[in-house]
Write a protein that binds this ligand. Sequence first.
Ligand code: ASP
Length: 477
Amino acid sequence: MVSERVQQPPRYKKGNRFVMIKIAKFGGSSVADAKHFRQIRSIVEADPARRFIVVSACGRRHKGDAKVTDLLYLVAAHVRYHVSCDDLLEDIGQRYFDIADELGLAYPIREEFAAFAEKAKAGQYTTEELVSRGEYFTARLMAETLGLPFLDAADVVAFHHDGTLSMRRTEELIQERGIPGGFVMPGFYGATREGQIKLLDRGGGDISGSILAKCLGADLYENWTDVSGFLSADPRVVENPQPIGRVTYQELRELSYMGASVLHEEAVFPVMEAGIPIAVLNTNRPQDKGTIISDREDYISGEPIITGVTGKQNFVAVHILKDHMSNEVGIIRRVLSVFERYHVSVEHIPSGIDSFAVVVQGDDVKDCIWSIVADIKSEVPVDKIKVVEDLALISTVGRNMIGRPGVSGSLFAALGQEGISIRMIAQGSDEINIIVGVHKDDFERAIRAIYRAFSDGDHLLELKDLKRAEESARRLR
Ligand code: ASP
């Protein structure tokens, strides 16, 4: 009988042991100077599974400092306009020389950098290739620091000519050329078949790490940064918000779309498809638990009712009123087609019996809102159109809210108690978020009120405390 074999993700072998695969991606602030390089060395040495490393270009060392990537973009602009950039190149080079000198590295960084600077000044690079050297040199120095081989992203991360990523070819190349015992790969770039360097989005090193995790069938994607994971609210708005221990990919999408930014939004997709969890960890405090992002939706005792509260300002609501609208067919479609014609993406469509609103991002319509209104008026038989600007949306996110009566009651009671008028309410069909629209002047107060409703001052309330949240909301009424 042929036994059925469950397909296992590949493991790499150390001696005669198979070890888990963890991709560890270190962001710009984590590789800013020699001190951080040493911290990374001890993080990597602490766990034999951390052998597949991705790095960003050196970031800011302190407030007011510049990121190498930004400086390289500046070099490209100087070259384009034939303005001397010797000082800039000198500053960039010095950052690498300082790291190499302090760590006593043998990589010939001075020679390599001088050759790069000459070519850059002579205009021999495309902007993308020039900028990509930030991660290239960082990865070279990191590889030696960690005693791991260097793997050039240009050899394994494959792009189409139009600048989009070819996941299929990348998978093949990583299987073919990825070094089984581990390596250091620069993030943020890759190349076409002909070897032309292409860049991902800004902050795209996170995407490189995620792609690598997927292609190697990793057990975990560790994203090391300068914060201990995600916080349940913006610390500039809420004092001492609780860190988020666990979050689903979907919740994270909601939180980051609405404002929380630690990880590049697109970085979730490759690992989500492969079911690989992401751990967001702090290079400066490796002992902190950080945040785990995965598809686990089950409730673990002690977890809070809400995962986080976040929000975004500058939305515009176009209210459409028409008597007996519910008896007419096609009104919403015709209004939406006007927005489509202007390539404006629609965020929400709250509706009533004789009215509905189209909520869009203010930036998307800043130059065309009145043309859109004029087109709607001339093409669709509506009674009245009202444009409301200065709308802010607040999203309360939590997988544990699903199917639990009382959560929205507490939320609305808290806003009522604060005297905040709610202009719009929406809930995603999967029930993991409740969105309220408020006037922009009420934005921060509303976030604080919601956070307070679900916390006891120090901690977010647990699911077993939901009754308490409801009772305190009722008392407030
Ligand atoms: N160095 C690039 C940037 O600053 C990519 C990254 O850091 O992930 O955008």
